[in-house]
Design a binder for this molecule. Structure first.
Ligand SMILES: *Cc1c(COP(=O)(O)O)cnc(C)c1O
Length: 394
């Protein structure tokens, strides 16, 4: 079988070759392999220097101070540290928390855990375009509210929230504001000096860095009380213990530097690819783009196609590596909770596909993908598989 075209950059990205090369130089005997916490010899000093250069590069991408960056194993851990850390450290001041129905599982499952620990959580519904409005946040805040957590960019539909407006409400009400920015960092400008955001999560593997490393930005000015979630050794000023993985941090640092340098040109190029893809699909009828087109990252096209079964569609599209709007649970195939929150029927949520384009996507790949989708859909509509036709009769 020919290997499928990779159109799943929102799930993860390959490591940029120059990033991989810099990482490899931090592993072996002749490289920077020392423990960054070793204070008594040059091996440690060199490693610490590499880690601090990386911290500066990540801080630059966010327009932050390097002292505002805490290394983590990824956005999942950064979200856990921010949400559990702030909720528990401020429990005496209130036990009410606010988030949205369309957050990543790393946020939702953390809030679910806190519900078991005596917190009350409000899950806001987005509008039909997939956005959370600042007014809804304002109305949900009570004197008991200690933290609001809203994502910058949704991972399924690519919709961008108005973080400035939501943050302004939180500021005015004196509530801490956390942003899961895993799908935003490296794709859109994120200026933490300008934005009224207290905590912000990011992950290297979403912008051509390695998996297993990320960071939590914690605004110094905000003096956020936050309880560490991982103990031992007191690394990262006690916020997150564990020997720092020099190669991983050199990787996220260089990926951040490249994202700063490339961001404007790259997002314009990717936007042109996305538009080209959607234009090709105009010859096809009975499909819709899910979520706002206007407030959307360049690389995302999430579409639902009427009149075809989702699973059949995916099977027929095996030449394309994409994601569907369905998740396999232990018992059944569940339609995407994000698309359901946007008001889609189960049927349309099931027949949805997320195409996500990135640094290495070419025009030829986009043309091939659009052509394949159109052909497959026409064929399935004309000639549905036998079992599907039988199901439709029942
Ligand atoms: C990928 C992603 C995460 C999880 O990040 P990891 O580094 O893989 O743990 C969290 N939130 C969003 C929005 C994501 O896209």
């Amino acid at each position: 079988m020919q290997i499928p075209v990779y159109l799943d950059y929102a799930a993860t990205t390959p490591v940029d070759p120059s990033v991989a090369e810099a990482m490899c130089a931090c592993l072996t005997q002749n490289g920077i392999f020392g423990n960054p916490a070793s204070r008594s010899h040059i091996y440690g000093w060199k490693a610490e220097e590499a880690v601090e250069i990386a911290r500066g590069q990540v801080a630059d991408l966010l327009n932050a101070d390097p002292r505002e960056i805490v290394w983590t194993s990824g956005a999942t851990e950064a979200n856990n540290l921010a949400i559990k850390g702030v909720a528990t450290a401020n429990k005496a001041n209130g036990t009410h928390l606010i988030t949205s129905l369309t957050e990543h599982k790393a946020v939702l499952d953390t809030f679910k855990y806190l519900e078991g620990e005596g917190f009350t959580v409000t899950y806001l519904k987005p509008d039909a375009a997939g956005r959370i409005c600042a007014k809804a946040i304002e109305m949900a805040i009570t004197p008991e509210t200690s933290l609001v957590s809203i994502m910058a960019v949704n991972n399924e539909v690519g919709v961008i929230n108005d973080i400035a407006a939501i943050g302004a409400v939180c500021r005015r009400k004196g509530v801490y504001f956390h942003v899961d920015a895993a799908q935003a960092v490296g794709k859109v400008a994120v200026d933490t000096a300008e934005l009224p955001v207290d905590l912000l999560s990011m992950s290297a593997h979403k912008f051509y860095g390695p998996k297993g490393v990320g960071a939590l930005f914690i605004k110094r000015q905000s003096h956020v009380p936050i309880a560490a979630q991982i103990h031992g050794g007191g690394h990262e000023r006690g916020m997150r213990s564990g020997t720092l993985p020099t190669h991983q941090l050199v990787g996220i640092g260089l990926a951040a530097k490249m994202a700063s340098d490339l961001l404007v040109g790259e997002s314009a190029r990717i936007l042109a690819l996305r538009n080209r893809f959607l234009q090709h699909l105009e010859s096809l009828t009975g499909w819709q783009l899910n979520g706002s087109l206007e407030h959307r990252v360049a690389g995302n096209a999430n579409i639902s196609i009427a009149g075809v079964d989702g699973e059949t569609l995916l099977l027929a599209l095996r030449e394309l590596a994409v994601s569907t709007g369905s998740a396999c649970t232990s018992l059944s195939v569940e339609p995407s909770y994000v698309l359901k929150a946007l008001g889609l029927t189960d049927e349309l949520a099931h027949s949805s596909i997320r195409f996500s384009f990135g640094r290495y996507t070419t025009e030829e790949e986009v043309d091939f993908a659009a052509k394949t989708v159109a052909e497959v859909v026409l064929k399935l509509r004309k000639d549905p598989p036998l079992w599907q036709a039988n199901k439709a009769k029942v």
